[in-house]
Design a protein around this ligand. Sequence first.
Ligand SMILES: [Mn+2]
Length: 424
Amino acid sequence: MIDRSIISAQNDALHDDLARDYTALGDKLSRRGVDIDAIKDRARRFSVAVPSWGTGTGGTRFARFPGNGEPATIFDKLDDCGVIHGLTRATPRVSLHIPWDKADPSDLRAKAEEHGLGFDAMNSNTFQDQPGQVHSYKFGSLSHTAPATRAQAIEHNLECLEIGQKIGSKALTVWIGDGANFPGQSHMGRQYERYLSSMKEIYAGLPDDWRLFSEHKIYEPAFYSTVVQDWGTSLMTAQELGPKAMCLVDLGHHAPNVNIEMIVSRLIHAGKLGGFHFNDSKYGDDDLDSGTIEPYRLFLIWNELVDAEDTPGLDLAHMIDQSHNVTDPIESLMVSAMEIQRASVQAALVDRAALAGYQDENDALMASATLRAAFRTDVEPILAMARLEAGGAVDPVATYRASGYRAKVAESRPKVSGAGGGIV
Ligand SMILES: [Mn+2]
């Protein structure tokens, strides 16, 4: 996809400076009792899945402004995912969305293998109507008042399991837009009961080695009440369904200023944290690029994850879920993957023994300073060295731009119309 010689030329030009920066940081960290190579190995082990839908321009309900050379098919999307992983070496899996990415499973597998990619969680879609669909989801899907509509939505999720098994996926993420726009429109208790009974049918179809992720979202498209509105409902659902059901935390799906790292801690305690959809937000569910608004919050979430990483049974599915509107999606996804990786590495630098001591002594100032000392460490040389050693690019965005990839694929990919709403 991107010529090795371009990556090598770019890396060669940056190598000496990187080596000096890495040595200097290594000296600094060793004074803190930290082995930089161990941290670099951790950076190399890090991975986050790319959402297939993130490779195109998202758009809002007002408009969508597509860029040149956007992917037209799932195979184009997998090519773009191959570029992202090839340069960052941090995104070895792709999360598919059905029916948007429906294709022959053996063709999907072949294309993924071509790029050294695998498949992450499957995502079902009962929040919009597809052409030819018999029952509309206008008034809900898994919680709809009509049994036939619920059956159709359940059937769709079972189909996602079937497709997923053929491509090596091991999880299904269910997010529904069901809810109400008016007080009194829906009986909140009965609506949840219907949702739960539909989820039980999906859970019953789950293969033994699969997990079912329940994703909550405070509002939109239902602006008055949403069926799975917060982690409380999500946890209640996962506990009712059984051991293979887990909660998925999308960072954008909370009210402003909610303490997400505390939710993470509680879900770990309950043994029900399944994974993340990473993004960032300023006001609501903005789907902004990870790490662009509140990098400290991202760090604090990773601080909880690193703290709990030896918890038996903790196996997290990390995914990006963003909407790219003004950037080249490949660049946004690369930068986001690296920002999530950065937070995970910074969190690994927290002096946990010192922190525990300060906590026991109720030394709030020094406890907080211990976290900030890790957060303020510029770990870029560690990330860049990890990428270099794994065959990626020291500077993925610069290398991507030098490759001219987007202009090249634009020659063969059809122009996308800007009309109509985007993915909202
Ligand atoms: Mn999400």
